[in-house]
Design a protein around this ligand. Structure first.
Ligand code: ZN
Length: 301
C-alpha cells in the first residue's frame, strides 16, 4: 500500500519509498549487474582452475621425481610462467637419426599415465646457456660435439644462448624472467665441482635432468633442465690418452638424462650407469632418443 498516493507538494524529503516501482527497477538493475559480476568472477576462477599447471622437477639422472609445490596466489598481474606457445612451430623442427628402431635397450626417466615418456616438444628449440667459469681449457668444442650428436640422434634442435653465471640448484625455477626474459629459462649446462654441487662428489662426473610442466588436462612436457659437469674430474679425464672421446661420451650420457633417458642394465649402451668402453650412442640409446625426439607438440605451455 502506497503511503502517499495523493500527490503532495512538497513531498516529505525523508519519506522512504522502498517498494515503489522506480526504486524497485533501480534495485533490479543493480542486482543484475552484481549477478553478472559474480558470474564473471566465477568464470575467471573456473578458467584458472582448468588452466592450472605446475612445475615438476625431476632430479638429475634419477628415476623418481618431486613435484615442486605450485606457488600460492600471486599479486594481480604477476605470472609464474611465461606466455604459452613461444617458438612452438606447427611441425617438429627436426627428425631423429633412426627412423626404425631395432633395440629396446633403453629406459625413460618418467612416463605419463598413458605409458608414453615425458619429452620436450620437438616443435620448439631447446635453448641452453653455459656456465664455464670452472670449465677446463678447450672443452667448448667437446660440449658442442656432444650436443651435435644428441641433437642428431633425437632430432631435437638446440640453440646456444651464451654464457651465464647461474649455478645449478635442485630448486632452480623454470621461469626466471629477471635473468632470461619472459620465456622458460634455458637449459643450464654448468661446469662445476663438488664444492658447488655436492652431488658431484665421489665418482659422479656429471648429472643431468629436466623439469616438466603439468597442465590440469593431464598434459606434461619438459620445459628446461640442468647438466652439471665436474670440472676437476674432466681435467683428469682429458689428461689421459683418448680423454676427449671419454669426455664427449660423458657429456652425451648427461644430455641423454636431460632429454629423458634413464640408465639401462646393458653395458653395451651409453646409458649404462657405470664407466664402460662405449663412446657413442648405441642402438638402444638411439632408439630411446628417437622416441624422446618425437613427443607431442603443444602451444598450451
Ligand atoms: Zn647417468
Amino acid at each position: 500500500m502506497e503511503p502517499d498516493e495523493t500527490p503532495q507538494w512538497p513531498r516529505p524529503y525523508s519519506a522512504p519509498r522502498p517498494y515503489t516501482a522506480p526504486r524497485r527497477t533501480g534495485l533490479k538493475h543493480s542486482s543484475l549487474a552484481a549477478i553478472a559480476f559474480l558470474l564473471f568472477i566465477i568464470t575467471l576462477v573456473l578458467a584458472g582452475a582448468y588452466f592450472s599447471r605446475e612445475l615438476d622437477v625431476f632430479p638429475q639422472g634419477s628415476s623418481s621425481y618431486t613435484p615442486v609445490p605450485r606457488p600460492g596466489l600471486l599479486p594481480f598481474g604477476q605470472r609464474h610462467e611465461p606466455p604459452p606457445g613461444q617458438e612452438e612451430a606447427d611441425a617438429p623442427l627436426g627428425r631423429p637419426a633412426l627412423e626404425s628402431w631395432i633395440s629396446d635397450s633403453y629406459e625413460f626417466l618418467a612416463v605419463k599415465a598413458d605409458g608414453s615418456p615425458l619429452t620436450y616438444s620437438p616443435c620448439r628449440p631447446i635453448h641452453y646457456v653455459v656456465n664455464q667459469e670452472q670449465a677446463p681449457p678447450g672443452v667448448e668444442a667437446i660440449l658442442e660435439e656432444a650436443i651435435r650428436r644428441t641433437s642428431r640422434a633425437s632430432g631435437l634442435q638446440f640453440i646456444f644462448d651464451g654464457t651465464t653465471q647461474e649455478l645449478p640448484s635442485d630448486e632452480r625455477p623454470g621461469y626466471q624472467p629477471g635473468s632470461y626474459g619472459d620465456r622458460w629459462a634455458p637449459v643450464l649446462i654448468a661446469w662445476a665441482n663438488p664444492q658447488l654441487v655436492p652431488r658431484l662428489s665421489g665418482q659422479t662426473v656429471g648429472l643431468g635432468g629436466s623439469s616438466a610442466i603439468s597442465l590440469s588436462n593431464g598434459f606434461k612436457a619438459y620445459v628446461t633442465g640442468t647438466v652439471s659437469l665436474d670440472a676437476p674430474q674432466f681435467e683428469d679425464v682429458l689428461a689421459e690418452r683418448g680423454g676427449r672421446q671419454v669426455a664427449t661420451a660423458v657429456i652425451m650420457h648427461e644430455l641423454g638424462h636431460l632429454l629423458g633417458l634413464d640408465h639401462v642394465n646393458d653395458p653395451g649402451q651409453l646409458m649404462y650407469d657405470e664407466a664402460s668402453n662405449v663412446r657413442d650412442f648405441e642402438d638402444g640409446d638411439l632408439a630411446g632418443l628417437a622416441i624422446l625426439g618425437t613427443g607431442p607438440c603443444s602451444k598450451l605451455y
